[in-house]
Design a protein around this ligand. Structure first.
Ligand code: FES
Length: 148
């Protein structure tokens, strides 16, 4: 883990790269941001662990706990809420048989809520790993989940 994080911090030229970009890169490589990983990032960038931890826990797209193979993030901001995100949440909970913050028994999906994904024009929206999907309906949700 330490060697991987060292490679990332060196490759991103940490003097000029925002901490959040470093954390995204570490998460992309290691799956999530463990406490040990955050300590290594703080050490490599020579910044306080409290700052690294603060950024890692503030942003909903960063995970400080291990998740399933695919992380579904449902937008809970106002435009998506108005366009039916609550119904999509109920559908996801029923289809996956999990609640927000949980992972399916087969470790295939984790379900999380997030703030605006930047595609409000096609609300309601979800992001699965790095891919966003909008104009969600129950039928569309089935075909999206089948791809994973
Ligand atoms: S409010 Fe949901 S994508 Fe912007």
């Amino acid at each position: 883990m330490e060697a991987t994080i060292e490679e990332i911090t060196k490759a991103l030229d940490s003097e000029r790269t925002p901490l959040i970009s470093v954390l995204h890169a570490v998460q992309a490589e290691l799956g999530y941001l463990s406490t040990e990983g955050l300590k290594i990032v703080a050490k490599k960038l020579d910044i306080p662990l409290s700052k690294v931890y603060g950024v890692a826990t503030f942003y909903t797209l960063l995970d400080t706990e291990e998740k399933g193979e695919n992380v579904i993030r449902l937008c809970e901001s106002a435009p998506c809420h108005i366009k039916g995100a609550t119904n999509i949440l109920t559908e996801l909970q029923d289809k996956l048989d999990i609640d927000v913050g949980e992972t399916t028994d087969d470790n295939k999906f984790s379900l999380e809520m997030t703030s605006c994904l930047g595609i409000c024009a096609v609300a309601p929206a979800i992001m699965i790993n790095g891919t966003v999907y909008g104009n969600l309906t129950s039928k569309k949700l089935d075909s999206i989940l089948d791809r994973y």
